[in-house]
Design a protein around this ligand. Structure first.
Ligand code: CA
Length: 233
């Protein structure tokens, strides 16, 4: 399956955004099925088994989180949610419920297509088979988790064990926004208090090592109020 022949289910009740999505995706060769209601979307997913779902969180019939739970009960297809600016809690809840990424309205076609490509690439590269999942090469930054080697423009970087574990989680999820909760659990295990501040300090340290200009990061992006993303291209 090439990325562009993928079947995309769009669940969105706003006709203007539906049309925008349909036009943007069909010119790239994606096949599209559309639903304006959550229940209709779940039924279409069951009958057509899409490769990817674009989901508006504000649907007239069921809650977007209920849609995610309903789909995740049987399907691993990536879910990219569409949400309004300023609804960070909603995005975090959707990501923690099993969504893969989010787009903030209004979004451009370039951003949309990049997110879908990244989500489809991750879905195709089965994370359990190791190999590719442990290597990252974007721009001047190169990470090989098997060799435990991180280089920037060919110069080896020296990371602390926690910085290395954080980077490892990010490298295994290229292009994906990872919530604070997800990162805290993945690196430190179950936490009983809000340790987001703690995470911020480690991320700042990691950024000082892997970024040429930590104030304007090229690789490790902050998603305000949500989490972090390691760019995939
Ligand atoms: Ca809506």
């Amino acid at each position: 399956m090439t990325a562009s022949s993928a079947l995309v289910l769009v669940v969105e009740d706003d006709p203007a955004i539906q049309n925008f999505l349909k036009a943007s995706l069909s010119t790239q060769g994606y096949r599209i099925i559309q639903a304006g209601l959550g229940k209709e979307g779940l039924a279409l997913a069951a009958s057509h088994v899409p490769d990817l779902v674009v989901l508006d969180l504000g649907l007239p019939d069921i809650d977007g989180l209920a849609f995610i739970a309903g789909l995740r009960a049987w399907s691993p297809a990536p879910i990219v949610v569409v949400s309004a600016r300023g609804r960070e809690q909603e995005k975090v809840a959707a990501l923690d419920a099993g969504a893969d990424d989010f787009l903030t309205k209004p979004f451009g076609v370039g951003e949309l297509l990049a997110r879908l490509r990244a989500a489809l690439r991750r879905a195709v590269a089965a994370p359990s088979d190791g190999g590719e999942a442990g290597r990252y090469e974007v721009g001047d930054l190169s990470v090989d988790l098997d060799l435990r080697r991180v280089t920037l423009s060919g110069s080896e970087l020296h990371l602390t064990p926690i910085e290395y574990r954080l980077l490892g989680v990010l490298v295994r999820n290229p292009g994906k926004v990872l919530t604070h909760n997800f990162l805290l659990k993945a690196v430190w295990g179950p936490m009983n208090a809000d340790q987001t501040q703690y995470l911020r300090v480690y991320m700042a340290n990691l950024r000082r090592k892997i970024e040429r200009d930590p104030a304007r990061p090229r690789y490790l992006l902050t998603e305000l109020g949500v989490g972090y993303r390691l760019v995939s291209e």
